[in-house]
Design a protein around this ligand. Structure first.
Ligand code: UD1
Ligand code: CA
Length: 456
C-alpha cells in the first residue's frame, strides 16, 4: 500500500496570540508539526506532503530538515482547498491519509486502524464522541447507523447540534476518488469555505462506505488552538512518557513532576528519579542510578550506580560508573568523568577529563583540564584557563593533591603525586612528588597593638 500523507498546517492559530505560527509551538521541546511528522514517518511506503501557508518563511526555515514535500497554500480557503493544493501529487492508487499539523498526540495504532478501513469501496473516518461537541463538524448517520455526511457547526440545525459524535478531521481515502471529489467542492456554506468534509456526502452518493473508528482517548485527537490546550497536551504527553518509563522499571517519585524533552537512548533498571527532574535531548542512563530533585540532564551518558544529588545541571557530559555528583553541581559540555569520581557542591566542570577515583568536592571551577586518577582537588580551587583571548589547558597528573583555594594559571602541569600548598597561585609546572607552594610566609608581629578609637 503506497500512502500519501497530507498534513494540513496552513492555518493561522489566532488564539495563540503569537508571532510564531501555531504549528511551531512546542510540546516536549518538539514542534506540534514534528510530533505529527514523527508519527506518520513510522508508516511504511509513505510520502509526506505538508500544506503550509501562514508564517510560511518561519515554518520552512525551522522545519527544513523534515523529509517531506512542502506545498504552499497562499490563501486559506478551507480544508478542502488545502488538500486541493496537493491534487497533482496524488496517485490514483495511493491511500491518502489526511492529518492536522496541530493535533500532536495522535497515535500510530489509531492511524493504522483507520488505514485498514480504506478500500476501493470504502473510506476511513476518525470520529470521537464529545460531551461538549461545540465547534466541531457533526457526524450525521441514518436510521441504520450508516454515516451520511458531516455538517459543520455553523451550518448545523438545532437538532444536528445535539449530536455528540464529531469529525476529528482525520481521514483516509483512495487517491483517485479523492481527486474526483476535490474537483466538485463548492463553497456555498456558512463560512464560504471549501470544506473537505463535503467529500463524505459525495462518497455516500457513490455507494462508498464510510467506516469510522475512534481514538483510544479524546486527547489523541485534540487540536491546539490556545496556550491552555498546549499546556494540557504537554502534561498528557509527559504523563504518557512517565508511564512508559515506569513500565520499564524506573521509579518516579511523582510522575506528574517529571519532564522528558527528548529520548532515552538506553535505559538500565532500578533507576530512581526524584521530583522535578528534566531529561532533555538524548540521554543514556545505566542501572541503579539515583537522580535527585530539581536536576536537569541533557545529552549525557550516565553510567551504572551513579548518584546525582539534588539541584544539578548536566549537559553533554559522560559520567562513569559509581560516580557521585552534587548537590548543586554543574557539568558543562565535554565533561568526561571516569568511574568513581566525586564532584561535590558548587563545583563547575567544563571540557575536562577526570580519571578514576578523583575528588573535586567543594566550590571549584575546573575548565579545559585533564585530571588524573586519585587526584584530590581542595575547596575553592580554580583553573585560570582564559587570558581574555585564548584558552589554555591545565594538566593534573595522577595522585596529585591540590590544597584549598589554589589558582592554577594555565597552561600548567602539576606532576604525579605532587602536593600544592593551600592558597597558592601556580603559574609554573610543579614537579612530581614535591610540595609546591607560592604563598607568602606567615609572620606574627610581637608587641603589635590594635588601633583605638580617637576621641572627638
Ligand atoms: C475542521 C473540520 C471539522 C472538524 C474539525 C476538527 C472542515 C470543514 N471542518 O474544522 O469538521 O470537526 O476540523 O478540529 O474540514 N487548514 C489549512 N488550510 C485551510 C484551512 C485549514 O491548512 O485553508 C488546516 C489548519 O491549519 C488546521 C486544519 O486544517 O490544522 C483544520 O482547520 P481548522 O480551521 O481548525 O478547521 P475547523 O474549521 O475547526
Ligand atoms: Ca480547529
Amino acid at each position: 500500500m503506497t500512502i500519501t500523507t497530507i498534513i494540513l498546517a496552513a492555518g493561522k492559530g489566532t488564539r495563540m496570540c503569537s508571532e510564531i505560527p501555531k504549528i511551531l509551538h512546542k510540546i516536549a521541546n518538539r514542534s506540534l508539526l514534528e510530533h505529527v511528522y514523527d508519527m506518520s514517518k513510522q508508516l511504511a511506503d509513505n510520502q509526506i506532503k505538508i500544506v503550509y501557508g501562514h508564517g510560511a518563511e518561519l515554518v520552512k526555515e525551522n522545519l527544513k530538515h523534515l523529509q517531506a514535500s512542502w506545498i504552499e497554500q497562499k490563501q486559506q480557503l478551507g480544508t478542502g482547498h488545502a488538500v486541493q493544493q496537493v491534487t497533482d501529487q496524488i496517485g490514483d492508487a495511493d491511500t491518502v491519509l489526511i492529518l492536522y499539523g496541530d493535533v500532536p498526540l495522535l497515535q500510530l495504532t489509531t492511524v493504522q486502524a483507520l488505514l485498514a478501513n480504506v478500500g476501493d469501496k470504502s473510506l476511513g473516518l476518525l470520529t470521537v464522541n464529545l460531551t461538549d461537541p461545540k465547534g466541531y463538524g457533526r457526524i450525521i448517520r441514518d436510521s441504520s447507523g450508516r454515516v451520511q455526511k458531516i455538517v459543520e457547526e455553523k451550518d448545523a440545525s438545532p437538532d444536528e447540534k445535539l449530536i455528540k459524535e464529531v469529525n476529528t478531521g482525520i481521514m483516509a481515502v483512495k487517491g483517485g476518488k479523492l481527486k474526483s471529489w476535490l474537483g466538485q467542492l463548492k463553497n456555498n456554506n456558512a463560512q464560504g469555505e471549501y470544506y473537505l468534509t463535503d467529500i463524505i456526502e459525495m462518497a455516500v452518493g457513490e455507494k462508498i462506505k464510510v467506516i469510522t473508528n475512534q481514538p483510544s482517548t479524546e486527547d489523541e485527537v485534540m487540536g491546539v488552538n490556545n496556550r491552555m490546550q498546549l499546556s494540557h497536551l504537554e502534561r498528557v504527553y509527559q504523563l504518557e512518557q512517565a508511564h512508559k518509563l515506569m513500565a520499564q522499571g524506573v521509579t518516579l517519585r511523582d510522575p506528574v513532576r517529571f519532564d522528558i524533552r527528548g529520548n532515552i537512548e538506553s535505559l538500565g533498571q532500578d533507576i530512581e528519579i526524584d521530583i522535578n527532574v528534566i531529561l532533555e535531548g538524548k540521554n543514556t542512563i545505566g542501572s541503579n542510578v539515583i537522580i535527585g530533585a530539581n536536576t536537569r540532564i541533557k545529552n549525557s551518558i550516565i553510567g551504572n550506580n551513579v548518584e546525582i544529588l539534588d539541584n544539578c545541571i548536566i549537559e553533554d557530559a559522560i559520567i562513569g560508573a559509581g560516580s557521585r555528583i552534587g548537590p548543586f553541581a554543574r557539568l558543562r559540555p565535554e565533561t568526561v568523568l571516569a568511574n568513581n569520581v566525586h564532584i561535590g557542591n558548587f563545583v563547575e566542570i567544563k571540557k575536562s577529563d577526570v580519571a578514576e577515583k578523583s575528588k573535586i568536592n567543594h566550590l571549584s571551577y575546573i575548565g579545559d583540564s585533564t585530571v588524573g586518577s586519585n587526584v584530590n582537588i581542595g575547596a575553592g580551587t580554580i583553573t585560570c584557563n582564559y587570558d581574555g583571548v585564548n584558552k589554555f589547558r591545565t594538566i593534573i597528573e595522577d595522585g596529585a593533591f591540590i590544597g584549598s583555594a589554589t589558582q592554577l594559571v594555565a597552561p600548567v602541569t602539576v606532576g604525579k603525586n605532587a602536593t600544592i600548598g593551600a592558597g597558592s597561585t601556580i603559574t609554573k609546572d610543579s614537579p612530581e612528588n614535591q610540595l609546591t607552594l607560592s604563598r607568602v610566609k606567615q609572620v606574627s608581629v610581637s608587641g603589635w597593638q590594635r588601633p583605638v578609637k580617637k576621641e572627638k
